[in-house]
Design a protein around this ligand. Structure first.
Ligand code: AMP
Length: 283
């Protein structure tokens, strides 16, 4: 596996892959890899000739009081895992390599960022768009891989790619879970023993809420069922429980829209998110 920190070196390898006609699968991450990331890498491996993974804890997507400094990091372990997943090139730039100057042009997410995590983390998705735009230009991928775990991020990136004609395909990868249903996340390491016991209730609550919605088509009641289950079975504080159309992320739900039931819960040292979707066939 090629390991690269500098943009100039990355460009050389990408040019070589391109001139030999290879398709490039790209998996952007913030590292501290787990099986969710591995699932993205595996799919990229299956569908492309050359697989690039990036590891970059992107300061632009963290708010001033968020966990940028505390975000878990373990590069040596990540390198081993990326190798095992068959990644061909790992790109892990320093912050000043990615952002040598401040200011300049800002990319701003649209209405899809006014709800869910965008509402409680102002500017977060602008920061995500900033880094993925740069990375897409640097890596020139044929296909990019994003997890449904971060469904709002995925929807906003699909809009970026569509509206600005990025010549690449966005592939959606299903959420990978622990044996008890908890969505895998780098931030799960911050859960106390008690939080860890309670956290699978988030997934159960979403399942209950969606079952209720399937039966009664009542958005408010479905959200209530979800909230109640979380409140009754965890000590966490709910940030939001929302049921919206997907990928537009509005309250305008028609009979042929897919819907998402999405949740964010604050535990003492971690804010966890999770979601599930129903397509227009109710699946
Ligand atoms: P992160 O390192 O948390 O920024 O995540 C990098 C990519 O991995 C994003 O596309 C995430 O949606 C995806 N991802 C994170 N956790 C999971 C999971 N449990 N299942 C599937 N994809 C995931």
């Amino acid at each position: 596996m090629i390991q690269i920190q500098l943009i100039a070196d990355l460009k050389k390898c990408i040019n070589e892959a391109k001139t030999t006609g290879k398709s490039i699968g790209f998996v952007p991450t913030m590292g501290y890899l787990h099986e969710g990331h591995m699932s993205l890498a595996n799919q990229a491996r299956e569908e492309n000739d050359f697989v690039v993974m990036s590891i970059f804890v992107n300061p632009a997507q963290f708010g001033p009081n968020e966990d940028l400094d505390k975000y878990p990091r373990d590069l040596n372990r990540d390198i081993k895992m990326a190798k095992e997943a068959g990644v061909d090139l790992l790109f892990f730039p320093q912050v000043n390599e990615m952002y040598p100057q401040d200011g300049g042009i800002t990319i701003r997410a649209g209405a899809q960022a006014n709800v869910l995590c965008g509402a409680s983390r102002p500017g977060h998705f602008d920061g995500v768009l900033k880094v993925v735009t740069k990375l897409f230009h640097l890596v020139e991928p044929t296909r990019v891989y994003f997890g449904q775990k971060d469904a709002q991020q995925l929807a906003i990136i699909e809009t970026l790619v569509r509206d600005y004609n990025f010549p690449l395909e966005v592939r959606r990868v299903p959420t990978v879970r622990e044996f008890d249903g908890l969505a895998k996340s780098s931030r799960n390491v911050f859960l106390s023993e008690q939080d860890r016991k309670e956290a699978p209730s988030i997934h159960q609550a979403i399942q209950l809420g969606l079952e209720h919605y399937k039966e009664h088509q009542n958005v408010d009641e479905a959200k209530k069922v979800t909230k109640q289950h979380i409140e009754n079975s965890t000590s966490g504080n709910i940030d939001y429980v929302e049921l919206l159309s997907y990928p537009n992320l509005t309250n305008d739900i028609s009979s042929n829209s897919s819907v998402i039931l999405a949740v964010a819960v604050f535990f003492e040292k971690a804010r966890l998110i999770d979601n599930m979707m129903l397509n227009n066939k109710g699946e």
